[in-house]
Design a protein around this ligand. Structure first.
Ligand code: TYM
Length: 332
């Protein structure tokens, strides 16, 4: 079985619809066909200021949401990044292989540091993508299911894997991004020119999966469309409507063409009312399941402990091979 690996930050509390449609949904599907490793990236979460109590609570919350979304610990390896020390260890080696200019070109760093004020951004935020490289290479992943915003980090991963292999001998598998087109980028419901995200979206443009379903329905019904009336997928001229059609199509399993057809001659209001219902039908059981996992932290923690053990076995092997190739004297 080919292997996939991916991660999600625990920082934000509730996942948003972009996280789910862009990434987590694919994770659930891929556990059936791939040897799948998924993690909550708490090491990445401390690259920006955070509260220790919130971090540990949000880490559990993220794991609970992943299980609620359909990850099955019998079918995939679900773990917390900091439980596997090899991530930080391989990241150091990768740091030493990355050019300063190369790291400076990462657009996510530029965006995030600009938001914080360049002087206040941490060195950890700067090297964030290199830790992500280590995450992926440790597991010899073939594919990395993510949203479009992560593509540059996967490119960096490929570059560093090839560089290391070239310099020290074949060690890492060179992974490919796995980014299905339709859900690669889910947009803000109020401003379809920006992606849906915790940091940039307005509250009304962001669908948090754990929000009150009534609030969520309202946000969908008041999504921005355009002054035209035709329901047609056209990202250039109708970004708002197209975004709604992508969400509709993915959540119902109907193709965009089918959805367009069923709304022929109807108004935007009809589409939005129906979509609001579809989203509510998705988030309501999702919230309940998340709460069930949170109510039983012992089971949750034991799932994560087993996951960490499985992950470590793979990670330790890659790390020890890497250390050997680099020339570190083996500890006797
Ligand atoms: P994070 O936590 O920001 O987001 C988790 C996943 O959600 C996707 N995503 C979106 N997809 C479509 N439309 C959107 N509006 C949208 N917003 C977010 C992201 O692309 C991501 O796949 N650096 C990563 C976490 C990470 C990682 C890794 C991923 C750390 N190590 C190793 C893959 C492999 C991040 O911050 O994702």
């Amino acid at each position: 079985r080919p292997r996939v690996l991916s991660g999600i930050q625990p920082t934000a509390g509730s996942f948003h619809l972009g996280n789910y449609l862009g990434a987590v949904r694919q994770w659930v599907a891929l556990q059936e066909t791939h040897d799948a490793f998924y993690m909550v990236v708490d090491l990445h979460a401390i690259t920006v200021p955070q509260d220790p109590k919130e971090l540990s609570a949000n880490t559990r919350l993220a794991a609970a949401q992943l299980l609620a979304a359909g990850l099955d610990p019998e079918r995939c390896t679900l773990f917390v990044q900091s439980h596997v020390p090899e991530h930080a260890q391989l990241a150091w080696v990768m740091n030493c292989l990355t050019g300063f200019g190369e790291a400076s070109r990462m657009t996510q760093f530029k965006d995030k540091s600009a938001r914080q004020g360049a002087d206040r951004a941490s060195v950890g935020l700067f090297t964030y993508p290199i830790l992500q490289v280590a995450d992926i290479l440790l597991y010899q992943a073939d594919e990395v299911p993510v949203g479009e915003d992560q593509r540059q980090h996967i490119e960096l991963t490929r570059d560093l894997a090839e560089r290391f292999n070239g310099r020290f001998g074949e060690t890492f598998r060179v992974p490919k991004p796995y980014i299905p087109k339709e859900t690669a980028k889910i947009y803000d419901l109020q401003d379809p020119s920006i992606k849906m995200s915790k940091s940039a979206s307005t509250p009304k443009g962001l669908i948090n999966l754990l929000d009150e379903p009534r609030t969520t329905a309202k946000k969908v019904r008041s999504a921005v469309t355009d002054t035209d009336t035709v329901i047609r997928y056209d990202t250039e001229n109708k970004p708002g409507v197209s975004n709604l059609l992508s969400i509709y199509s993915t959540l119902t399993g109907k193709s965009v063409a089918e959805v367009e057809q069923s709304y022929e001659g109807k108004l935007y209001g009809a589409l939005k009312t129906d979509l609001a219902e579809i989203v509510v039908d998705f988030v309501t059981p999702f919230r309940d399941r998340t709460q069930q996992y949170l109510d039983d932290p012992e089971t949750l923690d034991s799932i994560l402990a087993k996951g960490a053990e499985k992950a470590r076995a793979v990670a330790a092997e890659t790390l020890s091979r890497t250390y050997e190739r680099v020339g570190f004297l083996p500890a006797k």
